[in-house]
Design a protein around this ligand. Structure first.
Ligand code: ZN
Length: 253
């Protein structure tokens, strides 16, 4: 018994000299425990749904900023904006419902069918419909006999001109001197240049320039329904003007 005590005493003294006795079985248990804990923590983190961290938000803001910067560097419309007299109609259910279009995919050309009326008179008629309350009619633009352009409804907003195409188009009404519906030179020129501006502004093609006739079969614009060649020439003139403007815009750079 004494020997055994002495033996334990000696072992302790030796342990002190050696800096402690290492129990390898204990160490192994600790290592396994630490590894399991680390694994559990790792799994837990992977299960937590990723939320927006501050870094993510900062990155999103940076993206938005770069989009804005891209917007600023986008090429401007090569076709000059014609002189437009902006006289927006009062928002009302008969001529300017104030609703957005779904997209601008077409420019629809019309004639008023009311010889010798001016752009201003037709604008004022559209405006009066809110009080008359019996007719729905309007157009985004009216081009007058002297080539003047009045904007009644901004493009991107619905005007009541082109029936089923109202929510996909921008409409141009044209004044004329007589029953034939032929445009004066000035009306033709302004309508052509305004159409070219809209074609370039909304990334449209020649085929996207259409007549009211192409939507419903209505004889509008009359002269350009009865004279198909004049209609095709109008579209050619628009596209030639677009090309000409693109050419001079390139030279200016
Ligand atoms: Zn029409």
């Amino acid at each position: 018994m004494r020997n055994r005590k002495n033996q334990i005493q000696r072992n302790r003294e030796r342990d002190r000299k050696n800096g402690g006795h290492i129990r390898w079985d204990h160490v192994a248990v600790w290592i396994v425990a630490i590894l399991l804990t680390a694994l559990a923590v790792l799994l837990l983190f992977r299960m937590i749904p990723k939320e927006d961290t501050d870094v993510d938000l900062l990155l999103e803001e940076a993206d938005e900023l770069s989009i804005e910067t891209e917007g600023q560097t986008e090429p401007v419309n090569a076709v000059p904006r014609p002189d437009i007299d902006e006289q927006l109609l009062t928002i009302n259910e008969y001529s300017r419902p104030g609703e957005k279009v779904d997209a601008i995919e077409k420019v629809v050309i019309h004639y008023l069918g009311n010889p010798r009326t001016t752009a201003q008179e037709n604008h004022d008629y559209f405006e009066s419909l809110k009080d008359l309350k019996n007719t729905s009619m309007s157009a985004n633009f009216v081009v007058g006999i002297e080539g003047e352009i009045i904007e009644c409804v901004p493009p991107g907003e619905i005007a009541y001109a082109s029936n089923s195409m109202n929510h996909l188009s921008v409409s141009i009404e044209n004044c004329h001197l007589d029953e034939t519906g032929q445009f004066t030179e000035e009306t033709y020129e302004s309508c052509m240049k305004l159409t070219a501006y809209l074609v370039e502004e909304y990334g449209l093609e020649r085929e996207d320039i259409i007549r009211h006739y192409d939507v419903t079969g209505k004889e509008c614009p009359l002269y350009y329904v009865e004279h198909e060649d004049k209609w095709e020439k109008f579209r050619d003139d628009v596209m030639a003007y677009v090309e000409e403007c693109r050419g001079s815009a390139k030279q200016a750079q």
